[in-house]
Write a protein that binds this ligand. Structure first.
Ligand code: MG
Length: 254
């Protein structure tokens, strides 16, 4: 009888324990840590009141495949974790415009044999158009295509990455482009905190092309379309089993 009670308790505890990184990604014991906290998960931040919960750990009802029609197909794992599944990006059914805050938690696999853009690649595309890169860029001198980079537009001010397999957070404040007569008059602006560290401060989505400042209305592999129209949140499938949890968006009044 005692044995049976004990077994029941163990099973109950096991069922409630979130899935550990090692279950998927193996050990990071051979990763040279720059500081001990780089191996500690960033705290999970619940949605504040008024936020739109995009992924609550239970269902992908708020999402579709990239075509906006077929049901989203990524895996939901124990512990409220969403894992990239090969076969394409996913997008929110809802589209967003104006000003908002987006919170995303993610972790990247440890892929010691891979390098560059093949190492834990995914991405968070705001309005489906502007990618904040997700990648294992731990310990690197960050470029604009590394983790925290606004892809091909701006490198993060500092490399705020945690080690692979460790939970990280993005807090993205977004201002959609301003438009006049159907044309972008002022580019989108992004402020990004990565693991609580400011990595982009009111970064305008524009880049120098020779002497001219060119407004960016889509980054590589984004959805494009009319930059003056609302767009979804897109999570990228780049062939690596990156994981997400706790995704929410808070509209901000202008
Ligand atoms: Mg990417």
């Amino acid at each position: 009888m005692i044995h049976r009670v004990f077994v029941t308790c163990v099973v109950a505890i096991a069922a409630s324990v979130p899935v550990q990184a090692q279950d998927f990604y193996g050990s990071i014991a051979d990763v040279k840590l720059l500081k001990p906290e780089d191996a500690k998960d960033a705290p999970s931040v619940p949605a504040p009141s008024g936020a739109i919960v995009l992924f609550d750990g239970k269902s992908l009802d708020a999402w579709t495949k990239r075509d906006g029609k077929a049901p989203a197909h990524w895996k939901i794992l124990d512990g409220g974790i969403l894992q990239v599944e090969k076969g394409g990006d996913i997008i929110t059914k809802q589209k967003f415009d104006g000003k908002f805050k987006l919170h995303v938690e993610f972790r990247v696999p440890y892929m010691p044999k891979a390098s560059g853009q093949g190492r834990g690649n995914s991405g968070v595309y705001v309005q489906g158009r502007y990618e904040v890169q997700v990648l294992d860029s731990y310990g690197l001198k960050s470029q604009n295509n590394d983790c925290g980079g606004i892809y091909s537009v701006a490198a993060p001010k500092v490399n705020a990455c945690k080690a692979p397999t460790v939970w990280q957070t993005y807090d993205i404040e977004f201002q959609a482009p301003r438009c006049e007569n159907g044309k972008v008059s002022e580019p989108a602006v992004l402020t990004v905190h990565h693991n609580g560290v400011l990595i982009h401060d009111k970064q305008a989505l524009a880049r120098k092309n020779k002497d001219k400042l060119e407004i960016v209305t889509n980054t590589t592999a984004g959805l494009g379309g009319d930059p003056c129209s609302p767009g979804p949140i897109l999570l990228q499938d780049h062939g690596n089993p990156v994981q997400y949890r706790n995704i929410w968006l808070l509209p901000v009044k202008d």
